[in-house]
Structures are given as structure tokens and as C-alpha cells.
Write a protein that binds this ligand. Structure first.
Ligand code: FES
Length: 305
């Protein structure tokens, strides 16, 4: 039984700090980073305009964020270089791997900053520290390469090991961002297993405004619903990028004159017909529904498998 004077009662609101991830959680609340975040965000939005390059950096063409897989290149090269640095006769191969890692770090950083620019503020704070650690690791590896080329192999190795320590710390923060803060994950639930088989009544067709998206519920699932004449388009309302409310988005036409919805949070653009991603930052298709109108004027829906 817990008494009023017990330790647990007095410290009941304190968050336990049991492992490193709990400590990293504290970074999310470091508002001292916000001035830097605003400055970097302004530069990124000036340099990187919406369009195919930005979409490619987000990973739209491959249907996944591009950054996580690209991190394998510098990480793999530099970890292998560390093993070779501990192996007699491995200096030449280690130098090649340090160089390859530096080449791979460039697209890795570009994709990372692009994704970072479309995150929530708490995620951006952690992401900024992640970027600082991995950027400093890259600088140490560049210095390591210079030292190796000048024949100062021992110094080059030491700089490499220092870079590796920072790289692993930065990698840990990257994992925290992806797995604890769900940056880059698909935030739109797959609907096929949440809705029973068959057609479901949604609402009357004449209740829906023409050309204006609204929110409707199917059980506990929130849906984006758009009526265009006798056609009704239905998508999951929760944006695949970070869960923004699509029914509050703008309706636009893509280059093929197909109707799309633009998420109000970070501008991901989805075709209303089938939920395909037209522009990122989202990389996952928005779950869509087949629709039909019954003789009584009821809109009925069925998830697209
Ligand atoms: S929540 Fe980010 S684009 Fe929709």
C-alpha cells in the first residue's frame, strides 16, 4: 500500500530515467535549439523548392525514406575501415574505405536534412543533435583522410576512431528518431484488417458538400471523403507522413488533371482516386476505399486491399 508520505507519492510525477533512450527523450524538450532550427529550416526551404528533386531526396520514387538505407554506406565503410586499422597491412584498404565513406556521406546528409525539414519540432531537436554528431564524425574522417595521405597513419587512425565514436552516438539518435519518435514511419494504418469484409454504409450522398472534403467515421476509423458530382473519393484521413488531418487539406489537380489532396501539415500530396503519393514528404500510399452509391443514395465503402 502506498502511503501519502511515501517516496512514490512524492515523486509520482517524475519521469524515470532507466536507459539512454529516456535521457534522449529530454532532447525533445530542449527549446534552446529552436533558434538554430528556425535558421536551418529557412535555408532549406529557400534552397530546396517543392518538386521532383525534393521528392527524390525524400524517397518518393522508391516508396520509402531514402535516408536510412543511405546511412549504410558511410557507416559500413567507416566501420570496416576501423577493423582494417586494427589489422596489420590494412592501411591502404582502410584509406580507400574512409574515402568511399566520405563520398557516401554527401547524399546521406542531403536526404537526412530534407526529411528533417518536414518533422515536428520535438523530432527536429533530436534530429539536429543527430546531424551535429554525424556531421562532426564526417569532419573527423575528412581530417583522418588528410593525415593518412600525408603519411601520418597513426594520427589518421586516431581521428578515424574518434569519428567512429561520434558516428555511433549519432546513429543511436537516428534509431531513436525512427523507432521511438516514428520519423519516417508510415502513420496511416492499413485498413483492410481493421474493417470487416464487404461493403459498409458511410453516409447519404446528398449530405456531402460538392468538391469540399469532409471527415466521416467508419467505426473508430476517421476518413477523408470528397464528393465530385456522383463520384465519391474516400481515403484514410490520417496522413501517412505524420498523421495530419487530410480532410482539412486543399484540393488541387496534378499534371494529369487528376484531383489530389494536399496535407495541411507538410504538403504531402495524394491522388484522391487511389491514395498514390504525388509529392512528398510522405512516401507511403494513403489507404483508399472503393466506393459505390446504393439505390437509396447511400455511399458505401470497402477498403482497397
Ligand atoms: S502530416 Fe506531414 S504531410 Fe501530412
Amino acid at each position: 500500500m502506498i502511503g501519502r508520505g511515501s517516496k512514490l507519492f512524492r515523486h509520482g510525477t517524475r519521469r524515470p530515467r532507466n536507459h539512454p533512450a529516456d535521457v534522449v527523450d529530454g532532447l525533445e524538450h530542449m527549446n534552446g535549439l529552436d533558434g538554430t532550427i528556425r535558421g536551418i529550416s529557412a535555408v532549406i526551404s529557400r534552397v530546396l523548392r517543392p518538386g521532383p528533386v525534393k521528392d527524390a531526396l525524400h524517397g518518393v520514387p522508391i516508396g520509402h525514406p531514402a535516408h536510412p538505407s543511405l546511412t549504410d554506406v558511410p557507416m559500413g565503410c567507416w566501420m570496416s575501415a576501423a577493423v582494417l586499422d586494427l589489422t596489420p597491412g590494412g592501411e591502404r584498404a582502410a584509406r580507400t574505405l574512409v574515402t568511399a565513406g566520405l563520398v557516401g556521406a554527401l547524399p546521406t546528409a542531403l536526404t537526412g536534412w530534407t526529411d528533417w525539414s518536414a518533422l515536428h519540432r520535438g523530432q527536429q531537436r533530436v534530429g539536429l543533435v543527430h546531424a551535429a554528431a554525424t556531421g562532426a564524425a564526417s569532419a573527423l574522417y575528412a581530417a583522418s583522410l588528410v593525415a593518412r595521405r600525408q603519411g601520418r597513419t597513426a594520427v589518421g587512425r586516431m581521428l578515424g576512431f574518434a569519428g567512429l565514436s561520434l558516428l555511433l552516438s549519432g546513429g543511436y539518435l537516428g534509431g531513436h528518431l525512427a523507432f521511438r519518435l516514428a520519423a519516417g514511419a508510415n502513420h496511416a494504418d492499413k485498413l483492410a484488417h481493421l474493417v470487416s469484409l464487404g461493403w459498409h454504409d458511410l453516409c447519404k450522398l446528398d449530405e456531402l458538400p460538392e468538391g469540399w472534403p469532409v471527415q466521416r467515421r467508419l467505426g473508430y476509423i476517421s476518413l477523408f471523403v470528397l464528393r465530385q458530382g456522383e463520384e465519391v473519393h474516400v481515403l484514410a484521413d490520417r496522413c501517412a507522413h505524420l498523421g495530419g488531418p487530410l480532410h482539412q487539406g486543399r484540393i488541387v489537380s496534378d499534371e494529369n488533371a487528376e484531383s489530389c489532396v494536399v496535407c495541411p501539415w507538410h504538403g504531402s500530396t495524394f491522388r484522391v482516386d487511389d491514395g498514390a503519393v504525388v509529392h512528398g514528404p510522405a512516401t507511403s500510399r494513403q489507404p483508399a476505399f472503393h466506393t459505390r452509391i446504393s439505390e437509396e443514395g447511400m455511399v458505401q465503402v470497402q477498403p482497397v486491399p
